[in-house]
Design a protein around this ligand. Structure first.
Ligand code: NDP
Length: 268
């Protein structure tokens, strides 16, 4: 079989919605799908950012289209799905990316700050998945990819509500996989490790943090959004046709175990 005829990992002509696709990880994943011939839609809260993002993704087989949508408003999620299905006839893949974080000790969290994080990361992710799931169940196929975090596998200090939201998302991935699998809809998670984006730029500009990461990440570097494209494309493709209810940690090996300064190995 020549490379050209192997469609196992193909996402060409798939209709893909990237919720939270205007910046960072979502933008990179939207580009990854668009460059492989998918018909990509991106959403976010800011029309200007979205339009600039969509324009920056031009050049693929299909123009990338954008719609303003705040995931915390269920009716907006439903309207986005209805628009895509009306325009494209179906919706094959959801990449559920929209997320925020507030880093501070748990004892300092206000109710408003807690609700802000949970409303977007967990409640919003659920109602986006619900709107998309309705369309996918009706058409009898689809793939949902929830952007989780290494926090669901090993929480970090000073991000308790964020870690709680991602643990909730991890459970949602498995629950929806069970509910929707018999009707042809797969639901998986992609959990990034430390990735340089707007969300994390300030944190990783601290040399102490950089030194810690280099010493503790088995692959010895920070991730970039493009590191996640391969796993997302795989999860959306036929290659993952018997894979559901799983979360893949793309974290440079961070959760595999502990790197320790054992004497005598010269750090090797
Ligand atoms: P960015 O801040 O760079 O991007 C966040 C995206 O989500 C933007 O497109 C933003 O658009 C959108 N968004 C935020 N709130 C909403 C909302 N209420 N409705 C719709 N869209 C929204 O973050 P990252 O790219 O770093 O993170 C993306 C995802 O990856 C998040 O879920 C995050 O938890 C996860 N993640 C990130 C890691 C990292 O190291 N960067 C590690 C592990 C997981 P706008 O603001 O215009 O609405």
């Amino acid at each position: 079989m020549s490379d050209m005829s192997d469609t196992l990992f193909s996402v060409a002509e798939q209709v893909v919605l990237v919720s939270g696709g205007s910046r960072g990880i979502g933008l990179a994943l939207a580009r990854g799908f668009a460059q492989r011939g998918a018909r990509v839609w991106i959403t976010g809260r800011n029309a200007d950012t979205l339009q600039a993002a969509a324009a920056s993704l031009s050049g693929g087989a299909h123009a990338v289209r954008s719609l303003v949508c705040d995931v915390t408003v269920a009716t907006q999620n439903q309207a986005v799905v209805e628009t895509i299905v009306r325009e494209c006839g179906r919706l094959d893949t959801l990449v559920n990316v929209a997320g925020v974080n507030i880093r501070q000790p748990a004892v300092n969290y206000s109710e408003e700050q807690f609700d802000y994080v949970m409303n977007i990361n967990l409640r919003g992710a659920f109602f986006m998945a619900q709107a998309v799931g309705r369309a996918m169940l009706a058409q009898g196929h689809g793939s949902v990819i929830n952007i989780d975090s290494l926090n669901s596998g090993g929480p970090l200090k000073n991000v308790t509500p964020y870690a709680m939201s991602k643990c909730g998302m991890n459970g949602m991935t498995r629950s929806l996989a069970i509910e929707w699998g018999p009707r042809g809809v797969r639901v998986n998670g992609l959990a990034p490790g430390f990735i340089l984006t707007d969300l994390t730029q300030k944190l990783w500009s601290d040399p102490t943090m950089q030194t810690w990461n280099t010493a503790n990440c088995p692959l010895g570097r920070l991730g970039v959004p493009d590191d996640l494209i391969g796993t997302a494309v795989f999860l959306a493709s036929h290659a993952a046709g018997f894979l559901t209810g799983q979360t893949i940690y793309v974290d440079g090996g961070m959760l595999a175990g502990r790197v320790w300064p054992i004497p005598g190995d010269g750090g090797q």
